[in-house]
Write a protein that binds this ligand. Structure first.
Ligand code: BEZ
Length: 210
């Protein structure tokens, strides 16, 4: 069964490069990113893991815990981690699951018509309520854009806190949209300075600051 946005992220216990992790305990009231890699010692994955390690301060700033997955043995993860550090200039600084396929299947990360053993490049963002907030899938041959993942997390966190949505190509700091569920009366309380109403359903306000 597919894991869909709004579902509780299925829980699991797995061996990782930082010891055994139970996913729900790992989330522990934070945001989390769970992302899969088709295979160890492959070029695209090596670049992705190095870049994600470099972004650790950005994830921490947003209260996000990162958890990678590759269907390979823990000994192979350790050797690969050395290559990641050597070639990408940053050491793995978050846990990488040594999956036997159990977690990959639980999250539908294997798409048999693409490959019946390797995962695709899945990304799940999970909220502090343990619900799936975002799901992205790329084919194995296309490296993901982790700056985009940070951008989406910024949008998700703004929505959670301020009931705003973010328009096309939005970047952190730019104007946002008052969600339709907020009436004009409620909006007046939240935005006493008013908003730019292009249409009754398209109300633009500066990005709320905390
Ligand atoms: C890679 O990570 O480079 C890769 C993995 C599987 C298929 C194609 C590329």
């Amino acid at each position: 069964m597919s894991v869909l946005i709004g579902d509780i992220a299925p829980d699991f216990t797995a061996q990782t490069t930082e010891g055994e992790i139970r996913f729900h305990d790992y989330i522990d009231g934070s945001w989390a990113v769970l992302f899969s890699h088709p295979k160890n010692y492959t070029p695209v994955c090596t670049t992705e893991l190095g870049y994600t390690a470099k972004l650790k301060p950005e994830f921490e700033k947003r209260g996000v815990k990162v958890l990678g997955l590759s269907v390979d043995k823990i000994e192979d993860h350790t050797g690969w981690a050395r290559d990641i550090e050597e070639t990408q200039g940053s050491a793995l600084n978050f846990p990488l699951i040594a999956d036997d396929g159990t977690v990959a299947r639980l999250y539908d990360m294997i798409h048999p018509k693409a490959d019946d053993t390797l995962t695709v490049r899945s990304v799940f963002v999970v909220g502090p309520d343990k619900k799936i907030k975002l799901k992205i899938e790329y084919p194995a041959s296309t490296g993901r854009n982790f700056d985009e993942i940070l951008r989406v997390i910024d949008s998700l966190q703004l929505t959670a806190k301020h009931q705003v949505a973010t328009p096309v190509n939005w970047q952190n700091g730019e104007d946002v949209i008052i969600v339709p569920a907020v009436s004009n009366e409620q909006a007046k309380e939240k935005y006493p300075g008013g908003w730019n109403e292009l249409k009754p359903y398209l109300r633009i306000v500066p990005q709320p600051r905390d």
